[in-house]
Ligand binder design. Structure first.
Ligand code: G3H
Ligand code: PYR
Length: 216
């Protein structure tokens, strides 16, 4: 489960930049470009060999960023993410072993859900903040609102992810069910490899402006 402190920080961030990075040397300039654009939360997915070194580098050099590890699929990755300096972990799906292990070692964790049964399982395991993945493919905010309605009174919230972009992000951020949105469009792997720091900063600034307007 997420701690109250991390849940508050995620909600304050509004946007989580989801990153798959190929070269850890790009991690700090990438994080600084996102930060310059106004992004305050980053999720480094453990899908590339460079991910853990990237978490290590960002947590050391850009400590103001709220840094999470994504695609946590094993308990070993819970340990590795925590050791590298991640402040929270997330996954595309719900694995009770990982939720229980993350609780045991003290890594705030949010599982991914896509169905009412997933939500009930997450609640049973103490998780009130959940990723909603793959959001756009399964109907986006419309599906999320309908699916969450029976559980709203329990104080649940979601981080929708999957297919979000500048065009649809506002539709999520106006909902009180949504803590923050996540997306990889802000800093795609190829943009990072091309060291397009200005492009990443510009995409971040645009998303932050859209979020500000949506919440106004
Ligand atoms: O698998 C999830 C992606 O990394 C995040 O979704 P997205 O690329 O559609 O933003
Ligand atoms: C998709 C997602 O939430 C993850 O890879 O952690």
């Amino acid at each position: 489960m997420l701690s109250k402190e991390i849940e508050d920080q995620i909600r304050a961030s509004g946007i989580i930049a989801v990153i798959a990075i190929e070269d850890a040397a790009d991690a700090v300039p990438m994080a600084k470009a996102l930060q310059k654009g106004g992004i305050t939360a980053i999720e480094l997915t453990l899908r590339t060999p460079a991910a853990l070194d990237s978490i290590r580098a960002i947590s050391k050099e850009v400590p103001e960023i709220l840094l999470g590890a994504g695609t946590i699929l094993t308990t070993e990755q819970v340990d590795a993410a925590k050791e590298a300096g991640a402040s929270f972990g997330v996954a595309p799906g719900l694995n009770s072993r990982i939720i229980e292990y993350a609780d045991k070692v003290g890594l705030p964790f949010a599982p991914g859900v896509m169905t009412p049964s997933d939500i009930e399982r997450a609640l049973e395991l103490g998780c009130k903040t959940m990723k909603f993945f793959p959001s756009e493919s399964v109907g986006g905010m419309k599906t999320l609102s309908t699916m969450a309605a029976p559980y709203k009174h329990l104080g649940i919230s979601f981080i929708p992810l999957g297919g979000l972009n500048e065009g649809n992000m506002a539709s999520y951020l106006t909902s009180p069910l949504v803590s923050a949105i996540g997306g990889s469009w802000l800093a795609k792997t190829d943009k990072i490899a091309a060291k397009d720091w200005d492009g990443i900063e510009a995409a971040a600034a645009k998303a932050v402006a859209i979020a500000k307007e949506a919440k106004a």
